[in-house]
Design a protein around this ligand. Structure first.
Ligand SMILES: NC(=O)C1=CN([C@@H]2O[C@H](COP(=O)(O)OP(=O)(O)OC[C@H]3O[C@@H](n4cnc5c(N)ncnc54)[C@H](O)[C@@H]3O)[C@@H](O)[C@H]2O)C=CC1
Ligand SMILES: N[C@@H](CC=O)C(=O)O
Ligand code: NA
Length: 815
């Protein structure tokens, strides 16, 4: 035989009761001999409690009672054929009359005992179970209503009574003997004492009923049917990627439930545990899903841990003082005191010096615990052997759970590095003596971030999400969105990587959506739903969300964002940027940014600062990391100027070619930055710094391409006007090169820490002679690449290649 237990939501409405009965029928017809245990309809127990309290306070309860009546009657009307409805209505009506009489008594006396409360709430299970048995009877005649209070016998601890195992076993066995051909529908949660007074089994009571019946009757399994797909790796409301666990051991299930996962209440499993009866958690609303199988053994699995559970809010009490040293009786006295006063100690850590004890309690118990301790240890406190206990609030517990942990080294390392990487401070640590659980206490503000980060760290092979905040939606930004959108499915399916753009801002509007902004419609969404842009607010909001694996992308050419970089790193957010401003500002800033990113364990990627998507920054970094030394760098690193000199021939005027370069998306938003050489200067400066030279912008010898008048132009329009009027200057340059059979090149050089950029007219022997389009070329002469330098060449400007470079940096964040 098998126990099927259905919770409140499963019997909460006509539709769900239909689903319940189809599960029951399937089991019955397949010969599994089900015994069904039911809870009260969802919400009913709470209402019954509320009515009892209201009555005892002289408040009216009739409205709530009517609500409960309607809830049941609606189901009867929906699921029982008219000619069979009456007897069911009558029986329930009798129940409701009894409830009303009881409440009136309480109202008159203004007194509510635990005993009468148990009696009142017992009607919840009795009503639902009777009703469902009658609905079932229409189809399966064998259906039988069983009031478990006649069979489960307890002491008189009303509210959470203790079961008399022997007596209960006798009664349940005889019930079964006389009815084993029946399909029994048994009330969960309720029992009675030796005088026949109604008692209840406390929290998780219906599961307990199921476990009691299951263990006495040696069930093959106890199925707990609820409204979720079994036990999950984490709370799915916080960790969207949580998934359901196929197999758990009893211990793992207990550890997981202890801290959070409210699917089952651990003590209720003990009877099943003792008899090694498997418990299966299943979803009434997805009956085909296998759910979670909880058994004696942990089961074969490749998962490093089984799950992450948490307690959203706890308080911590710290006790310290010399009086604790070497006093073995101290903690005994402390915890006996707390146990006696029914203060649940969630977690304990003791410093190795035994100088202090830290333990966690529910916040509502914290003050009481503190004053109990102050009383108990009054003498020690007076003698300064113990410092007054301190309470810390707004904390949470996060615990990783799994039997495999014991055998697998490095689990705690993985936990702490993922917390550290995300800037989550660990207040205290406890490893359960079972080694099935490592718990940390962290700030409540960090809980959601921590759960997600730790989930990613342990189940990373399953899926990782990067949360992206993107600044700048121009040429590069908008192209990046297109690329991200079209590559989304591929990354998810082939790399288990999800990139969610959750914040976008340009200089006008900003938009946030933690579910991910739809990149097919980002522009209309930004326009319609966006708020007025404010960079400070954008950054603050991004920090405030406190997301794991978070990346800030700077796709602007603006100066403003760079002043926020340091603070962004300090908030453990990585930065990817194509904006060269931050890296080419003061050397001190360049240095601080790297140090800060390093200190906070986040990434700072800027491949597109030099040569757009071409691998230049990365190559230099690899050379340096592998111990090579740069002897000389020679390069053409302005895509715009390269394009101009490659296309400034024949009839085209210089002005026309510059315009074309801008139209092709090669230039900076302000083309004077390219033609004035500033953009190239920034790139050479960044390379020189990355090669180990602490130089400043002023140290670069920057030769000009343009005549003075163009350099002085104070707007882009007047700049273009000047280019037109200086046409003869450029023509002369072109003619000179043509006559000598040479080409014009704007070449940068780094040698011995000295950077210079100059216009050169080169012949076909020069390695930089043959370039086309917006090509960049860079040659690294190093100690290892001495005879023949390492050369990188290719398109060094343009939206597609730049966005692709930003994309590649992004994918590498946290990798
Ligand atoms: N075009 C290319 O081939 C390459 C460009 N880059 C870099 O890409 C960056 C972006 O260039 P484009 O997309 O062409 O520029 P763009 O002018 O097309 O777009 C700039 C975007 O930044 C936004 N923006 C400016 N200031 C802002 C602020 N304070 N807050 C929020 N948003 C702000 C603007 O609203 C606009 O959406 C530049 O730093 C450039 O140096 C880097 C490598 C190659
Ligand atoms: N405007 C730049 C683009 C890359 O940084 C260039 O022309 O090289
Ligand atoms: Na690059």
């Amino acid at each position: 035989m098998k126990i099927l237990k259905f919770g409140g939501t499963s019997v909460g409405s006509a539709a769900s009761i239909k689903a319940v009965l189809s599960i029951v029928k399937k089991s019955y017809n397949s010969g599994e001999q089900p015994l069904v245990v039911l809870s009260a309809m969802s919400g009913v127990t709470n209402l019954l409690c509320k009515m009892a309290i209201d009555a005892s306070e002289g408040k009216s309860f009739q409205e709530d009672l009517a609500l409960i009546e309607t809830k049941h009657f609606d189901v009867i009307k929906a699921l029982i054929v008219v000619r069979h409805q009456n007897p069911v209505f009558t029986k329930l009506k009798l129940f409701f009359n009894e409830i009303e009489e009881l409440l009136q008594g309480i109202y008159a006396l203004r007194e509510l005992s635990e005993q009468s409360k148990d009696l009142i709430v017992s009607y919840g299970e009795r009503c639902s179970t009777f009703m469902v048995s009658k609905i079932s009877e229409q189809d399966l005649e064998a259906s039988l209503f069983v009031d478990a209070s006649h069979y489960i016998k307890t002491d008189s601890h009303f509210g959470h009574a203790h079961v008399n195992d022997q007596l209960t076993e006798q009664l349940v066995k005889s019930l079964y003997l006389t009815n084993n051909d029946k399909l029994m529908f048994v009330t969960g949660f309720i029992a009675s004492n030796e005088n026949g007074r109604m008692t209840t089994l406390g929290r998780g009571g219906s599961d307990y009923t199921a476990a009691i019946f299951g263990s006495i009757l040696n069930a093959t399994a106890i199925e707990i049917w609820t409204d979720v797909n079994g036990m999950l790796t984490a709370d799915p409301r916080i960790v969207k990627k949580a998934f359901s666990l196929p197999v758990l051991s009893y211990t793992e299930a207990m550890e997981l439930s202890y801290f959070g996962a409210k699917v089952i209440y651990p003590p209720t499993m003990i009877p099943a545990f003792l008899k090694k009866i498997p418990i299966v958690i299943r979803n009434t609303f997805e009956p085909d899903f296998a759910g979670t199988f909880i058994q004696f053994e942990s089961g074969k699995t490749t998962l490093p841990i089984k799950g992450i559970s948490s307690i959203g809010e706890i308080s911590v009490i710290n006790l310290s003082g010399s009086g604790m040293i070497g006093k073995s009786g101290f903690s005994g006295r402390l915890f006996t005191l707390l146990a006696r006063e029914q203060i649940n100690v969630v977690l304990i850590t003791q410093s190795s010096s035994e100088h202090s004890i830290t333990f966690a309690v529910n916040p509502e118990d914290a003050l009481r615990a503190k004053s109990l301790i102050e009383n108990e240890f009054e003498l020690e406190i007076q003698a300064n052997k113990l410092i007054n206990p301190e309470i810390e609030n707004d904390l949470s517990v996060l615990a990783i759970v799994g039997e495999n942990m014991k055998k697998t080294p490095g689990m705690s390392g993985r936990l702490f590095s993922s917390l550290g990487r995300n800037g989550i401070n660990v207040r205290a640590i406890a490893q359960g003596s079972s080694e099935y659980n490592i718990s940390v206490i962290i700030s409540k503000n960090d809980l959601s971030k921590a759960l997600n980060a730790v989930h990613d760290a342990f189940f990373a092979e399953l899926k990782k999400t990067l949360y992206v905040f993107n600044l700048g939606t121009g040429n590069i930004g908008s192209t990046l969105f297109k690329q991200l959108e079209s590559q989304y499915d591929f990354l998810l399916s082939k790399n288990d990587l999800e990139i969610k753009v959750v914040g976008i801002s340009n200089s006008k509007k900003m938009l946030f959506n933690l579910d991910g902004i739809d990149l097919a419609n980002w522009d209309s969404e930004l326009l319609e739903q966006g708020e007025d842009a404010d960079l400070a607010v954008f950054v603050e909001r991004m920090k405030g969300f406190n997301l794991p694996n978070c990346v800030f992308i700077d796709n602007t050419a603006s100066r403003l964002p760079s002043s926020y970089y340091e603070g962004i790193f300090q908030s453990n957010i990585s930065i990817v940027t194509c904006n060269k401003i931050a890296n080419s500002g003061k050397y001190e800033q360049y240095k601080t940014l790297r140090e800060t990113a390093h200190k906070h364990g986040v990434d700072f990627f800027y491949e597109t600062n030099v040569g757009a998507g071409l691998p230049i920054v990365r190559v230099l970094k690899d050379l340096m990391l592998s111990g090579d030394r740069i002897v000389k760098i020679e390069a053409i690193l302005s895509g715009t100027i390269s394009y101009i000199f490659n296309n400034f021939k024949d009839e085209a005027s210089f002005y026309d070619v510059v315009k074309q370069a801008q139209a092709l998306g090669y230039t900076e938003p302000d083309p004077r930055d390219d033609l004035g050489g500033v953009d190239f200067m920034r790139k050479m400066l960044i390379l020189a710094r990355d090669a180990g030279y602490p130089i400043e912008a002023e140290d670069v010898n920057l030769g000009a391409i343009l005549p003075e008048s163009c350099l002085k132009a104070d707007s882009v329009e007047s700049f273009y006007e000047e280019l037109k009027s200086e046409n003869s200057y450029f023509e002369a340059l072109k003619e000179k090169a043509r006559l000598e059979n040479k080409v014009i090149r704007y070449i940068g050089k780094l040698e011995d820490g000295i950077v210079s950029i100059s216009v050169q007219i080169v012949d076909d022997k020069h390695p930089f002679y043959a370039l086309s389009g917006s090509d960049n070329i860079i040659s690294f002469t190093t100690e290892r690449y001495k005879e023949r330098p390492l050369v990188v060449k290719g398109p060094g400007a343009g939206a597609e290649v730049t966005a692709a470079g930003v994309f590649a940096d992004l994918v590498n964040v946290g990798a």
